[in-house]
Ligand binder design. Structure first.
Ligand code: FHN
Length: 421
């Protein structure tokens, strides 16, 4: 009951957003791929022979590189190994349902063909093609929803863009002219030239009043009425909630929301950051986020040649294999109505509670406290091997079979009658 009370509290707070009518696919999707790819990917965390750590896409800020000097990186940016179909195939193999890629990050460089600014991959690099066009086509072929990340306010290339105070005097900036000259025209290009978008992912809002933000949202939604805008558009607007980086809410939150995590420690490619989350860690993270009712959007950072790092490819593929067998316990589920336990977490569908067992109790006895519904059957997901169970008061006690921890978490299904609590 304490859990139900916590739920009520969270529900009162909920996401606080007016849900978009088209949010159903998003709530069922559960697993998205975030891609941070830009000029910073070529720098790979190094500048003037010095290694930088943290977030590779912040290197211009960390090294306080003057915009004119940083812009020269474009003249050697030539991702000849980029293959949109390979990226879409990897996402599909990984069980990914939507993909959001940086069209323009804080560095101000457009990874797409833009008439609003020549500082873009078609005009300013030897590569001379539009990878976003190829990726929009490739993801559509794999039925993966496609979306753009766009840093709408922070732009370190532009004298009037947000937050580059090492080159330009912040107090003299005219944000309105930055929005009207670059951000708004580029957002309109992205929402016009790449087909139907699932998501438009804004980041680090600023420089606009609530009314101006509402006006921007309305004008962009007019171009793509079906697309979902992330809450980082700012001013309490957005069609679903993004929690902070690497943040999962303590208790379940009803409504549409996502947690976002890096695969290693950086969003953008850093050559010397090999701290990649294992398949086990990814799957348990996915189960944890789903157990609270949300989506996990996991990020990979391709390098300057257009290659996704070896460990990201390998571990995403292994995650996909697990999802092939256990996806029923993730996709289309809602938050688990039994709170996180020492052994793992739960997700739910009507009449079914999925137990994600991260660590099997030594004696195989697994307690599901506060499970008051009538039990019809308990079995392992996949091979449906039945599991012996008994009600102990208001608790459900299972005797788990020995099972090879064939993957990070083995899932058991409790089929029950009666309404989901
Ligand atoms: O500053 C950015 C950062 O580079 C990265 O894009 C993350 C992803 O959520 N967003 C901002 C920090 O929260």
């Amino acid at each position: 009951s304490s859990y139900a009370q916590v739920m009520e509290e969270m529900w009162d707070k909920g996401t606080g957003l007016k849900e978009h009518p088209n949010v159903g696919w998003f709530k069922d999707a559960k697993f998205g791929l975030f891609i941070h790819w830009g000029l910073y990917s070529k720098l790979a965390g190094k500048w003037n022979g010095k290694n930088y750590y943290g977030s590779g896409e912040w290197i211009m800020n960390q090294a306080k590189i003057p915009a004119a000097e940083y812009a020269k990186v474009a003249s050697t940016f030539n991702p000849v190994n980029f293959n949109a179909d390979e990226w879409a195939q990897l996402a599909s193999d990984a069980g990914i349902k939507y993909l959001v890629i940086t069209a323009k990050h804080h560095e101000g460089f457009a990874m797409f063909d833009s008439k609003a600014s020549d500082f873009n991959i078609v005009k300013a690099t030897p590569y001379g093609k539009d990878p976003m066009k190829a990726l929009a086509t490739a993801t559509a072929k794999k039925n993966i929803r496609f979306g753009f990340y766009y840093s709408q306010f922070v732009d370190w290339h532009e004298p009037n863009g947000g937050r580059n105070s090492w080159d330009f005097d912040e107090s003299k900036k005219n944000y309105a002219s930055y929005y009207s000259q670059k951000a708004i025209p580029q957002l309109k290009e992205l929402l016009t030239n790449y087909g139907p978008l699932g998501i438009v992912w804004f980041d680090l809002p600023g420089g606009l009043t609530k009314e101006e933000t509402q006006k921007l949202v309305d004008s962009l939604h007019a171009l793509q009425p079906q697309s979902l805008f992330s809450s980082r558009v700012g001013q309490g607007l957005g069609d679903y909630k993004d929690f902070g980086d690497s943040e999962i809410p303590d208790a379940p939150v009803k409504g549409a929301w996502e947690s976002i995590y890096t695969h290693n420690d950086s969003w953008g490619y850093i050559e010397h950051d090999l701290n990649f989350k294992s398949p086990a860690a990814i799957i348990q993270l996915l189960a944890k986020v789903a157990s609270k009712g949300g989506n996990l959007m996991l990020n990979v950072g391709p390098d300057g040649n257009g290659r996704i790092p070896y460990h990201s490819v390998k571990y995403l593929r292994e995650t996909g294999k697990w999802l092939k067998k256990n996806g029923e316990a993730i996709y289309g589920t809602t938050y688990g109505f039994i709170p996180q336990q020492p052994w793992g977490v739960t997700t739910a569908k009507p009449g079914k509670l999925f137990l994600h067992v991260f660590s099997r109790p030594g004696n195989g006895k697994l307690l599901v406290p506060g499970f008051s519904n009538a039990v019809k059957a308990v079995y392992a997901l996949g091979n449906r091997q039945s599991v012996s169970w008994k009600k102990a008061g208001n608790d459900l006690e299972l005797q788990l079979p020995a099972f090879a921890q064939d993957a990070p978490n083995t899932v058991f299904v409790v089929e029950y009658t009666g309404a989901q609590p």
